[in-house]
Design a protein around this ligand. Structure first.
Ligand SMILES: Nc1ncnc2c1ncn2[C@@H]1O[C@H](COP(=O)(O)OP(=O)(O)OP(=O)(O)O)[C@@H](O)[C@H]1O
Ligand SMILES: [Mg+2]
Length: 408
């Protein structure tokens, strides 16, 4: 009997490390059988600043997930997003040596290498190289040029790279925690896989994962990734704003945000008084709810401006026919979808992760979008590595096929 197959995904978020174990069922369905989280300690905005504490966070989250699952896995997929990550679109072309025989995978690989070399400096390591389209002589928009006859092959590539040293530090922590990194992936690309549908990616959509420390953005049009970006601003700043505005302890500020907070100030808020605890034995006081929501709204507007800037740099807003899909812990902030919708005039939905079964109440939370997307990505990438025939793979996972890094 074939051994059971499992996948371990570890998402290194800025507030929590989230580990998920899935069992691969017949037909490549994924069933979540273990989840474990641990506060992200030792990482600052996704960069390792304390190796030992990072190691402990990874170890603790992963061990919890493995213990619940009742399995022991020593290789893991790691999801990262940090200031040391950069995404680019780049083009590369090659002359096809034996053009009349048809373009080969080796030609495609050379074109991709040329596009990578154009943009990625030597101190960067490539995490994803996603071909958006190929051009064969004058024919543009080719998805799979293999076998086509032509003299010049060009590729338009989305490349994601990170500073080698920062990636190596994450690998060290993973290793010290007892795991081998089976692969690494960018969090916004992973989240997209669990919350977006093929139709949305075709129509034009922006996936916005607002976590604690970062806002991860991935933009798609015509089924292809147009841009990905990690912005260093997130829900924890909202909590900080509340804490400093009211001189409240940060744990209480977090509770206020989640219980009474809203991204929109509504007229009734002025008359609703809430009790605010203060730091260092200052007497607690009452404040109208509108004051809390003004503080929140100001920071949310700044986040929306950053999102808008990223979208506009990639394509005109109106091309996002499927609008915006919000996910990540901060997407649970009351009024946030409405605020995005009114500020950007784009239809906005909440993205709950899908595509896996098991533990549904836990993993169907927007805080788990990245980890769930990582499982989907990991399985597809594993199959691609196993598959000799990449085409069969692509037919099986149309969307994933185009998203997988290290394409060959
Ligand atoms: N109900 C809620 N209302 C408002 N904010 C919430 C709610 N629940 C969680 N959050 C916020 O979500 C954030 C954490 O989100 P998430 O777990 O997605 O972050 P992360 O993945 O660790 O971080 P990142 O993706 O930035 O690296 C925190 O700022 C938290 O305050
Ligand atoms: Mg996250």
């Amino acid at each position: 009997m074939r051994n059971e197959e499992h996948i371990l995904a570890i998402d290194l978020g800025t507030t929590k490390v989230c580990a998920v174990v899935a069992r691969v069922l017949a037909g490549d369905e994924l069933e979540t059988i273990g989840v474990g989280t641990h506060p992200s300690e030792g990482l600052q905005n996704g960069t390792v600043v304390d190796l030992e504490r990072t190691t402990r966070s990874i170890e603790s989250a992963a061990q919890k997930a493995l213990a619940t699952a009742g399995v022991d896995i020593r290789k893991a997929w790691i999801g990262i997003a940090a200031s040391f990550i950069q995404s680019y679109n780049s083009r590369g072309s090659v002359a096809v040596l034996q053009g009349q025989r048809g373009i080969t995978k080796a030609d495609m690989k050379s074109a991709i290498r040329a596009a990578v070399d154009m943009k990625i400096p030597p101190e960067m390591k490539v995490l994803h190289q996603i071909p958006r389209w190929f051009r064969v002589d004058d024919v543009t928009g080719v998805r799979d040029p293999e076998g086509m006859v032509g003299n010049l092959l060009e590729v338009d590539l989305h490349v994601v790279g990170g500073r080698k040293n920062d990636i190596a530090n994450i690998e060290r922590a993973v290793h010290a925690a007892g795991f081998r990194a089976e692969g690494m992936m960018l969090q916004p690309i992973a989240s997209s896989l669990s919350v977006l549908s093929d139709d949305e990616m075709d129509a034009g959509v922006a996936m916005i994962d607002i976590g604690g420390g970062t806002t991860d953005i991935a933009i798609y049009k015509e089924g292809q990734i147009i841009a990905s970006k990690v912005v260093l601003i997130g829900g924890d700043l909202i909590t900080k704003d509340i804490a400093s505005y009211f001189a409240a302890p940060s744990e209480h500020a977090e509770t206020l945000k989640k219980t009474f907070g809203s991204a929109i100030v509504t007229p009734g808020d002025e008359n609703e008084m809430i009790e605010i605890q203060r730091i260092r034995n200052r007497p607690s006081k009452e404040a109208p709810r509108s004051e809390l929501n003004f503080v929140i709204e100001a920071r949310v507007e700044q986040i929306i401006q950053q999102v808008e800037r990223t979208i506009v740099a990639a394509l005109p807003l109106e091309e996002l026919v499927a609008g915006i899909v919000l996910t990540g812990g901060t997407s649970m902030l009351s009024g946030l979808t409405e605020k995005f919708q009114s500020e950007l005039r784009l239809e906005t939905h909440l993205g709950i992760p899908g595509g896996v079964t098991g533990f549904t109440d836990i993993v169907k939370s927007p805080t788990c979008s990245t980890a769930i997307g990582m499982l989907l990505y990991a399985l597809a990438e594993r199959r691609r590595r196993e598959e000799e025939d990449g085409n069969a793979f692509q037919a099986m996972f149309r969307r994933l096929g185009t998203m997988i890094g290290n394409y060959f």
